[in-house]
Ligand binder design. Structure first.
Ligand SMILES: *[C@@H]1O[C@H](CO)[C@@H](O)[C@H](O)[C@H]1NC(C)=O
Ligand SMILES: *[C@@H]1O[C@H](CO)[C@@H](O)[C@H](O)[C@H]1NC(C)=O
Ligand SMILES: *[C@@H]1O[C@H](CO)[C@@H](O)[C@H](O)[C@H]1NC(C)=O
Ligand SMILES: *[C@@H]1O[C@H](CO)[C@@H](O)[C@H](O)[C@H]1NC(C)=O
Ligand SMILES: *[C@@H]1O[C@H](CO)[C@@H](O)[C@H](O)[C@H]1NC(C)=O
Ligand SMILES: *[C@@H]1O[C@H](CO)[C@@H](O)[C@H](O)[C@H]1NC(C)=O
Length: 422
C-alpha cells in the first residue's frame, strides 16, 4: 500500500516537473517541485497538499488556499464584479494579467501562423495563471514591455485595480490613503511609483487567497488543465451579460473600433463594412462555456458557478453572498461596505461611460441603460446572431422599438443557475 502511494507521488512529481516547461524566474533557484525546501516549506506553507507531497508521511488534506478565477468577456461587468473580490482583505486580486501576454503575442505573430499561435497563446495564458496562483509575479516579466529592470516596472497594466498592489508592503505610501474612502485609482499611480514585482510576490504570499480576473480566455474548456492541476483548488466564476448590453458598452468604451456601428446606430442604416464577427464569437464562446458548465463534467465538479451580471446588478448583496458561499470564503465587512457604497442609485450617479473602466454607483440603471442607447435595428441584428445564447441564458428578445424602450418590461427571465450538490 505504502509503496504504491510512493509510486503515485513520484509520478505526480515527475509530471508536474515537465508539465510547465516555461516556468522560470523565481523557480530557477529551486531544484524541483519536490526537493526545494523553500518551495515546500515556505512558499507553500499554507498549502497542506504541498506539505504532504514533500513530507514522507502522506495524508490527503483539503487545501485552505483558494484560487479564484473571474472568467468573463470584455464589457460584461467584470470590473464591478472583480471589486467584490478585490475588497476582501485576505484575497490577492490580479486584474487581467493576460493583457501583457496578448500584447507580446500580437506584436510577434504573423497572420499565416494564426492557428498555431492560438494554441501557443492559450498555453501561455495557462502558464501565467498557474504562476500567479503560486505567487510568482516575476513570471510576468516574460511579457511586460519594456522589459522590467531589477524586477521593477512602470508598465504594469492597471496596477491600481489591485488593492494589494497599492498597499504595504508593495506601496509603503499606501497604508494611510488605503484606509480612507478614496478609490485606489485616484491616488495609487501617483503615490506608489514603479512596481517592485518581488514585493508583489511577497504580498501575494502573505495573503490567504488569490483571485484573478480575465476577459481573454475564450472558453471554459481552455482552462481544463488548470482545474485538474493538483496544485490548485480552482473556483471559476463565469460572469455573463446580455450580449446586446455588451455590444452597447463596447460601442461607448471603444468608439474608434466601433465607428461603423456608431454610424449604424445614428443613421438607422447598416453600413456594409460593419464587422459582425466579434459579437458573434462573443456569443458563441459565452454559450459554449455555459453549456459546458451546466453539463457538469467531472473536471468542473464543484468548480464552476454561472453568474448573470444583471442578477448581480439588481440584487448585489444576495448575489455576492452566493458567490462567496461558492468559493468557500466569508464575505468580510469591507466587501459589504463596498457594496453598500457602490450600488446605491443616489443623485448624481457617475455614468458607466465617464470612465472607460469605471465601476458604477448605480448598478441597476447601468445594467439596463443599453436599452435606451441602442437602435432597434442593431438590437434585432444581434438577436438574430445570438438567439441561442439569449435563450440559453434567459434573456428575452424584443420585437419592437417600443418594447425595447419600455423599462418596466423586464428582459431578464428569472433563472437559477445554482451549483447543485454533485
Ligand atoms: C506592440 O507594438 C505597438 C505598436 O508598434 C507598441 O505601441 C506596443 O508598445 C507594443 N507592445 C509590446 C508589448 O511590445
Ligand atoms: C524590490 O524589493 C526587494 C524586496 O524588498 C528588494 O530587495 C529590492 O531591492 C527591491 N528592488 C528595487 C529595485 O528597489
Ligand atoms: C441617498 O443616500 C442617502 C444616504 O445613504 C439616503 O438617505 C437617501 O435616501 C438616498 N437617496 C436616494 C434617492 O436613493
Ligand atoms: C445611439 O444613438 C442614440 C441617439 O440616436 C444615442 O443617444 C446613443 O448614445 C447611441 N448609442 C451608442 C452606443 O453610441
Ligand atoms: C436561432 O436561429 C436559428 C437560425 O434561424 C434557428 O435554427 C434556431 O432554432 C434558433 N434558436 C432558438 C433558440 O430560437
Ligand atoms: C410596458 O411594459 C409593461 C410590463 O410589461 C406593460 O404593462 C405596459 O403596458 C408597457 N407600456 C407600454 C407603453 O407599452
Amino acid at each position: 500500500m505504502e509503496c504504491s502511494w510512493k509510486t503515485v507521488l513520484l509520478l505526480v512529481c515527475a509530471s508536474l516537473g515537465v508539465q510547465y516547461t516555461a516556468i522560470r524566474t523565481l523557480r530557477d533557484s529551486l531544484s524541483g517541485p519536490c526537493q526545494g525546501t523553500y518551495r515546500c516549506q515556505t512558499r507553500h506553507h499554507r498549502d497542506s497538499r504541498w506539505r504532504a507531497l514533500c513530507d514522507d508521511s502522506w495524508m490527503p488534506v483539503e487545501s485552505p488556499r483558494k484560487h479564484i478565477l473571474l472568467f468573463a468577456t470584455t464589457r460584461s461587468g467584470s470590473s464591478f464584479t472583480g471589486q467584490l473580490l478585490n475588497q476582501h482583505p485576505g484575497i490577492f486580486y490580479v486584474f487581467e494579467p493576460l493583457y501583457h501576454v496578448q500584447q507580446a503575442f500580437t506584436n510577434s505573430s504573423s497572420r499565416l501562423r494564426r492557428t498555431l499561435d492560438r494554441r501557443a497563446l492559450l498555453g501561455a495564458y495557462r502558464d501565467l495563471l498557474l504562476n500567479l496562483y503560486t505567487c510568482d509575479l516575476h513570471f510576468m516579466e516574460n511579457y511586460i514591455r519594456p522589459e522590467p529592470r531589477d524586477h521593477v516596472t512602470s508598465s504594469y497594466f492597471r496596477r491600481s485595480s489591485s488593492h494589494a498592489l497599492c498597499s504595504p508592503p508593495v506601496c509603503s505610501e499606501g497604508g494611510d490613503v488605503a484606509a480612507s474612502d478614496l478609490p485606489d485609482e485616484t491616488w495609487c499611480p501617483k503615490k506608489c511609483g514603479a512596481l517592485n514585482l518581488t514585493l508583489a510576490s511577497m504580498s501575494c504570499l502573505s495573503r490567504e487567497h488569490v483571485a484573478i480576473k480575465t476577459v481573454r480566455v475564450p472558453e471554459v474548456g481552455d482552462l481544463r488543465t488548470l482545474t485538474e492541476d493538483p496544485r490548485l483548488d480552482l473556483k471559476i466564476i463565469h460572469l455573463v451579460r446580455d450580449p446586446r448590453a455588451v455590444l452597447a458598452s463596447r460601442m461607448m468604451a471603444f468608439s474608434d473600433q466601433f465607428r461603423a456601428w456608431k454610424i449604424w446606430n445614428a443613421t438607422g442604416r447598416q453600413p456594409r463594412y460593419v464587422d459582425l464577427t466579434q459579437i458573434t464569437s462573443t456569443c458563441k464562446d459565452m454559450a459554449a462555456s455555459a453549456e459546458t458548465g451546466l453539463q457538469r463534467p467531472a473536471w468542473l465538479r464543484g468548480r464552476y458557478l454561472l453568474v448573470r451580471y444583471e442578477d448581480l446588478a439588481f440584487n448585489p448583496k444576495d448575489k455576492a453572498t452566493e458567490i462567496y458561499r461558492f468559493v468557500g470564503l466569508e464575505m468580510e465587512d469591507r466587501v459589504r461596505l463596498w457594496i453598500a457604497k457602490n450600488t446605491n442609485s443616489n443623485g448624481s450617479s457617475p455614468s458607466e461611460w465617464n470612465y472607460r473602466y469605471s465601476t458604477t454607483r448605480d448598478s441597476r440603471a447601468t445594467a439596463e441603460s443599453w436599452r435606451l442607447r441602442l437602435g432597434f435595428d442593431i438590437v434585432r441584428t444581434v438577436q438574430n446572431l445570438c438567439n441561442d445564447t439569449l435563450a440559453l441564458l434567459g434573456y428575452k428578445q424584443v420585437h419592437s422599438a417600443a418594447e425595447l424602450r419600455n423599462l418596466s418590461h423586464s428582459l431578464v427571465e428569472h433563472r437559477t443557475f445554482q451549483p447543485v450538490t454533485w
